[in-house]
Design a protein around this ligand. Structure first.
Ligand code: T1G
Length: 699
């Protein structure tokens, strides 16, 4: 079992030991109840301390058990908490580092709680589309007060133990330990001090009232409605906490249980739980064991001080890693530094960054015009102009100056990493690190693995990605890697929909109702329509028989590149981001249809959404099959963190599974019969066809 039992004099200690975070899986739950039975049966034992080994008291219910019958198998969490509450002898929770979700609920079932300072305390279930399902909505308000408890439950955010201990009248912590190191000793002493205290204090017996209940919960509902458009859980949290103020404890528990079980089966919660595990699975590479030795990365060089180079640099400065930035001309360096300063100063002004931290970060930044200055750095990231000739010159220089064992990374978004590696005598040290603009903000990082990239280089860059708080996904080498290759099909469908009868606003509204932050045309206006234009011009050379709508080219020929030119698919007023439909653009699209002899037709929102989303799914199935992506959940992560796919849908692959791959292919077959569309593209990828034939899913 993953909880062990020891007796220290007259105090029993039950230590949860289920790495990595003492998830309350069945074996841990059994370990606790067995320990409690031993303690209550041993007359020499006067009190019981419960604590956690390793880096957490407990991170809560074992998420890996979700959806399996183990999660509900007795003793389930509520039963375990019942054993603690009904113990004849006092139970003391000794809490350090992390106490979250079911872990906090377990502690609330104890008679006393002693915490080390610096402990992260949270009920993060709402981030999984749930609410605390083992009494958290009924007990936390009783020890913290209704409002602080509701805030914690609806936000899911962690608060430090010492902050909560300062709340007036709080009964969450009976004592704060001096430190995590002294917690164990102090917990034993505290246990001895309460060994004979009777009656034992029970959280469930505490009153739970709000002086202006109805008004407060109405206010809370209004606040929550605004923040949870696509998620049912936050509003349900309000219902459960309100029940704690209006019902007897047992009835409030029944309300919580009912809501919890209903939320467990919502698509939104399934999507969020899928993403929780997917994000952590992304850092695992099938043929690179997690104990692969990593190269030491203590200093970075960045080539190029433009938008990407500057943003990339900030990631490392933020992580406390020194950066040496190289440019060809001093004024380019000066511009780059000025941009970095402007970004930091904006954060300082908003109170997001302390002034002294800002200066500390800038002190880690040095610049040079001379490649020879880079020799001592452990990794270099090139972020120069996206042209293979330029990359060749840069990598030949890097090969000349960088010390043996240094990692040579390119931030290229479309060029062939294998080709770039071939410019050096050390292709095994070359890797792609595709940051997304703005590089200091976007969480996604595509780690592009060349044919020859060494395993320890992969292990090293994945660890560096975690250190700079990026969500890294491994991609093989192909044109567009994972995300850009998929978005190209999505964009093609957008163009066909215009040719066939839609306006840009109709397409955008349909997909934004589905949950995307921005539809393809508003996105084009934001990123710059000229970027897609340049890629299409290349495509027309490389793949002359690939079908495209011409509307986007017509738009660019008018210089309507988007927000940066004040006009694109939409018009923009200086300083504002609102996309204002433009009659001229609509007329241009209509004239183009007439020139092609197309009679426009009414296209439903459902068809718009299916063609846009399923084009991603089919292209992704090819990407999966070619081994460009290791697993379907990686593709979900790419599309949610890099391209604004709605999290409540769990990503394109998860969404396709929820729709049913059989139904996806049925829709694709319909699209293939549309002469205006690209029948060849809609042929289901062999992997997709196989999964349908076998009745399987992507994930
Ligand atoms: N169950 C199982 N595994 C978990 C886990 C959990 N609750 N939390 C983390 N892990 C794994 C994670 O998958 C990763 O595994 C490793 O631990 C390190 O995680 C009834 C039903 C605890 C703050 O939502 O917020 O209780 O990849 O990389 O940055 O009301 O993990 O190493 O194999 O994130 O140090 C509620 C979620 C559950 C907490 C640690 N609890 N976890 O952060 O490490 S629902 C949560 C976190 C619940 C009850 C309900 C963080 C962390 P691997 P990590 P970290």
């Amino acid at each position: 079992m993953t909880a062990h039992y020891q007796v220290h004099g007259d105090i029993a200690v039950i230590t949860m030991n289920n790495p990595p975070v003492n998830g309350l899986g069945l074996s841990t739950r059994l370990g606790i109840t067995d320990g409690m039975a031993l303690a209550n049966a041993d007359a020499a034992v006067k009190a019981i301390v419960i604590t956690g080994a390793g880096k957490a008291f407990s991170g809560g219910a074992d998420i890996k058990e979700f959806g399996t019958d183990k999660a509900l198998q007795e003793p389930n969490l509520n039963s375990v908490i019942g054993v603690l509450e009904n113990s004849d002898k006092p139970v003391i929770a000794a809490i350090h580092s992390v106490v979250m979700g079911g872990g906090l609920e377990l502690a609330l079932g104890c008679h006393y709680r002693i915490a080390a300072p610096g402990t992260s305390v949270a009920l993060p279930e709402v981030k999984l589309g749930l609410l605390p399902g083992a009494g958290g909505t009924q007990r936390l308000p009783r020890v913290l007060g209704v409002e602080p408890a509701l805030n914690m439950i609806v936000s899911g955010e962690a608060i430090k133990s010492e902050m909560l201990a300062m709340l007036p009248g709080q009964k969450l912590f009976d004592k704060m330990a001096a430190s995590a190191e002294s917690l164990a000793e102090e917990a034993l002493a505290f246990a001895r001090s309460v060994a004979d205290a009777r009656p034992l204090p029970l959280v469930r017996k505490l009153p739970c009232k709000h002086p202006q209940g109805d008004a407060y919960f109405q206010f809370a509902r209004n606040m929550v409605k605004g923040m949870s458009k696509n998620f049912p859980a936050p509003a349900k949290c309000v219902d459960a906490v309100e029940a704690a103020t209006k019902k007897k404890f047992e009835d409030g528990m029944a309300t919580e249980r009912e809501i919890f079980i209903n939320l467990m089966w919502t698509p939104e919660s399934k999507s969020l739980r899928h993403l929780f595990l997917a994000e952590r699975a992304a850092s695992k590479i099938p043929d690179v064991p997690s104990d692969t030795a990593q190269r030491a990365i203590q200093s970075i060089a960045v080539i190029g001080a433009g938008t990407m180079g500057g943003g990339i640099t900030m990631n490392f400065l933020n992580a406390g890693i020194p950066v040496k930035m190289l440019e060809m001309k001093q004024e380019a360096l000066d511009r780059g530094i000025a941009t970095i300063r402007k970004n930091y100063e904006a954060q300082v002004k908003k109170g997001k960054l302390k002034a002294d931290k800002y200066e500390q970060r800038m002190a880690l930044l040095s610049t040079t015009l001379n490649y020879d200055d880079l020799t001592g750095t452990d990794m270099v990231i090139e972020a120069v102009f996206e042209e293979i000739g330029v990359k060749e010159a840069v990598f030949k220089e890097l090969d000349r100056v960088m010390k043996p064992g240094a990692i040579l990374a390119s931030n290229t978004s479309t060029l062939d990493v294998n080709k770039i590696a071939s410019f050096t005598k050390r292709p095994e040290d070359v890797v792609g690190l595709h940051f997304f603009s703005p590089a200091n903000v976007m969480k996604l990082l595509e780690v592009v693995r060349g044919e020859k990239t060494a395993r320890d280089v992969m292990a090293t860059v994945m660890a560096v990605a975690k250190k700079i708080k990026k969500t890294a996904v491994v991609s093989g080498v192909c044109d567009g890697f994972i995300g850009n290759r998929m978005i190209e099909q999505y964009g093609r469908q957008g163009g066909f929909l215009l040719d066939e009868g839609c306006t840009p606003a109709q397409v955008d509204k349909a997909i934004e109702k589905f949950g995307f932050a921005m539809g393809p045309f508003r996105m084009g206006d934001l990123a710059g329509n000229d970027i897609g234009w340049a890629i299409r011009k290349r495509r027309y050379q490389e793949k002359p028989n690939m079908k495209y709508s011409k509307t986007a080219d017509l738009l660019c020929e008018k210089g309507r590149f988007g927000q940066k030119t004040g006009a694109g698919w939409y018009d923009y007023v200086a300083g504002k981001r609102d996309a204002i439909p433009n009659a001229e653009v609509v007329a241009m699209i209509e004239a183009h249809r007439t020139s092609l002899g197309i009679t426009p037709r009414k296209i439903s929102d459902e068809e718009i959404v299916q063609r846009l989303v399923f084009s991603l799914v089919n292209e992704a199935a090819h990407i999966l099959e070619e081994g460009i992506a290791n697993k379907a959940s990686d593709i979900d992560i790419v599309y949610i963190f890099g391209y604004g796919f709605p999290a409540h849908r769990g990503g394109p692959m998860n969404y396709a599974d929820q729709v049913g791959l059989f139904n996806v292919v049925q829709a694709m077959n319909r699209f293939a019969r549309n002469p205006m569309d690209d029948a060849n593209f809609w042929k289901p990828a062999p992997l997709l066809a196989r999964l349908v034939a076998e009745g399987k899913t992507f994930n």
